[in-house]
Write a protein that binds this ligand. Structure first.
Ligand SMILES: Nc1ncnc2c1ncn2[C@@H]1O[C@H](COP(=O)(O)OP(=O)(O)OP(=O)(O)O)[C@@H](O)[C@H]1O
Ligand SMILES: [Mg+2]
Length: 249
């Protein structure tokens, strides 16, 4: 099983949108895929129309392995399961902070899933916390949506530096430009400046109205609008992620 953390310290950059669309595309290719909603905002859980079967405390979630089986639910899409979020997991960070091997608790839980899935996607909240440390430890790859503005790039660099400083074998980064508005000079200039010096994906995800409509359809874009440009963009992004994985294998 390969684990992707969809992460950025910055909020509202397209993490949840990316996690839902890429997990859907992976599942559609026949890969056994689990999407884990780690964010108490529950946006992924909302998009996939799932109600949690139980609402355990954050501590119970970490300590009681049977919770995984009780909480993981199939979605309406073949091969795609969801570990839904509920409001009490907002205490997950504090619960992790109290544990002895506090960076490795998520890895311990994820290891128990390895035989059941090909891919695990973690939809992360925008924090740099004990929970993110667990994600950094557990993930093979961090898919990082970055809006091409000066501040977003600063945040990206900050995360990169943090990872290299605190992790001996950090997850490989797969950054891409998200919510791109090519009419904006700042977006164009920022992307041009970076293209030659960093490993940002060649695929970018433009800002498009159809992507915002995920909230009303409560479904992945390639499901409710398979012929749209946005669906093609996510397909291209998923292919590029797969290529990067092959290069690293
Ligand atoms: N490419 C896009 N084009 C247009 N709207 C987008 C795009 N990507 C995301 N959005 C919209 O922007 C908002 C934020 O997206 P999303 O929830 O995926 O971000 P996030 O990084 O997960 O946010 P948070 O940090 O709060 O978890 C949502 O309303 C979503 O529909
Ligand atoms: Mg989100």
């Amino acid at each position: 099983m390969k684990t992707f953390g969809v992460y950025n310290l910055k909020g509202g950059v397209g993490k949840t949108t990316t996690a839902v669309n890429l997990a859907y595309l992976a599942a559609k290719e026949g890969k056994r895929t689990l999407l884990w909603d780690l964010d108490p905002q529950r946006a992924t859980t909302f998009y996939l129309k799932i109600m949690p079967a139980a609402k355990p405390s954050a501590k119970a979630l970490i300590q009681d392995k049977s919770m995984l089986d009780r909480l993981i639910k199939p979605t309406e899409y073949a091969n795609l399961d969801l570990f839904p979020a509920h409001f009490k997991i907002r205490h997950l960070d504090a619960a992790l902070g109290e544990m002895k091997r506090r960076k490795k608790q998520l890895t311990r839980l994820i290891d128990t899933l390895a035989a059941r899935y090909d891919y695990l996607f973690l939809d992360c909240p925008p924090t740099l916390s004990f929970l993110s440390e667990n994600v950094f430890q557990a993930a093979d790859y961090l898919i990082i949506p970055v809006i091409p503005t000066t501040l977003s790039l600063q945040t990206f660099k900050q995360v990169k530096k943090y990872l290299n400083k605190h992790f001996s074998n950090p997850a490989k980064l797969i950054p891409f430009f998200s919510m791109v508005d090519s009419r904006k000079i700042l977006h164009r200039k920022t992307m041009e400046a970076l293209n030659t010096t960093t490993n940002f994906c060649a695929t970018t995800i433009p800002s498009r109205a159809v992507i915002e409509q995920m909230g009303t359809h409560r479904a992945p874009v390639p499901h409710f609008s398979p012929k749209s440009d946005a669906a093609q963009d996510y397909q291209a992004l998923w292919k590029e992620v797969l290529r990067r994985m092959e290069q690293n294998a």
